[in-house]
Design a binder for this molecule. Structure first.
Ligand code: FES
Ligand SMILES: [Fe+2]
Length: 333
């Protein structure tokens, strides 16, 4: 499955950029092969346009924001958030500009501290709803924002695969002596998936500190949610009531590359566990996954018959079936 070959993937919301990055000016991001410019329009909200001026195709992301409009770096044409050209300096502000002086605009919004974009005007799903991330009693910690050279489907199924912990995560939380995965309850949604599990884990010293759990072994109550196509939340609750919720998106830049966007939400305070220590532990876990995921084929088959499976692969099989059905059902008009 090459994501740029199936226009149905254009009909979902993807996080593309930390909102904070726009304070310094326009930024470029490529989503599903489509070059975008992201910027803050007059209302302070993020806007997304095709990153090509309609005059001589200069990259608008090299321009500047002036008076709430995006100005091209070449001849200074200015655009609003709908992509309409509002000023051609060489013609003066009194000029009436033709309707064809415009660039394509895409739906864009700000949520959880990130800019989200949908390349189609009719998204199939709303943005992932994560009430824990909006609860003012919790803290939201931005963790990782980096390209990985693998497909989003590989990242997603890895998130629901509890058969790799004892191998890939042997140095962090995996229990080497227990290669048999914990039983989980799999609840497919009409679009998406939920998985519930109780997972025994090793609790190394760094974790004991940031979890405030003094034991070397513990259990995680895990509720995982897959948001079609390439986002998930992993909500972990420990025996002491601590919640560590991780949101991860594998935003598709191209067929070969996904932008990993990860933040976590905790119900404790900086005094209980420092932001740096929390990020350091998750960094180790994420790097363990990255290493093997980047070794997999980026052209991930959705045909279940194309790879071999074991019983714990059920979440990945559900994902493949749902994605295959979406691809079959259709594409953007
Ligand atoms: S190329 Fe953009 S104004 Fe000329
Ligand atoms: Fe993993």
């Amino acid at each position: 499955m090459l994501v740029t070959q199936h226009s149905v993937f254009q009909r979902f919301w993807y996080p593309v950029l930390p909102m904070a990055d726009l304070a310094a000016g326009p930024r470029a991001f490529t989503l599903l092969g489509q070059p975008l410019v992201l910027w803050l329009s007059a209302d302070g909200k993020p806007a997304a346009l095709r990153d090509r001026c309609c005059h001589r195709s200069a990259q608008l992301s090299m321009g500047v924001v002036q008076n709430g409009c995006l100005r091209c770096p070449y001849h200074g044409w200015a655009y609003d958030r709908q992509g309409r050209c509002t000023l051609v300096p060489q013609l003066g502000p009194e000029a009436t500009l033709p309707n064809t002086y415009r660039v394509e605009a895409f739906p864009c919004q700000d949520r959880y501290g990130y800019v989200w974009v949908c390349l189609a005007q009719d998204p199939l799903q709303p943005l992932p709803d994560i009430p824990e991330a909006e609860d003012p009693h919790n803290r939201l910690i931005p963790q990782f924002y980096e390209p990985w050279h693998c497909s989003g489907l590989r990242v997603m199924e890895n998130s629901f695969d509890n058969a790799h912990f004892s191998i890939v995560h042997a140095a962090s939380f995996g229990v080497t002596e227990q290669p048999k995965p914990a039983k989980s309850e799999i609840v497919p949604q009409e679009l998406g998936l939920k998985v519930y599990a109780t997972v025994p884990v090793v609790n190394p010293p760094i974790q004991q500190k940031i979890l405030n759990l003094p034991n070397s072994l513990t259990v995680r109550e895990v509720e995982s949610t897959w948001y079609v196509p390439f986002s998930r939340t992993l909500k972990i609750t420990y025996p002491n009531g601590l919640m560590h919720l991780i949101f991860t998106a594998a935003t598709p830049i191209s067929d070969r590359t996904s932008q990993i966007v990860q933040f976590c939400v905790r119900n404790d305070s900086e005094a209980d566990a420092s932001t740096d220590a929390i990020i350091a532990f998750d960094r180790q876990v994420v790097d363990e996954d990255k290493r093997v995921l980047e070794s997999t084929d980026y052209d991930t088959p959705v045909d279940v018959a194309a790879e071999q499976h074991m019983p714990s692969d059920q979440p990945g099989i559900v994902m493949r079936r749902q994605l295959a059905a979406l691809i079959k059902a259709g594409n953007v008009a």
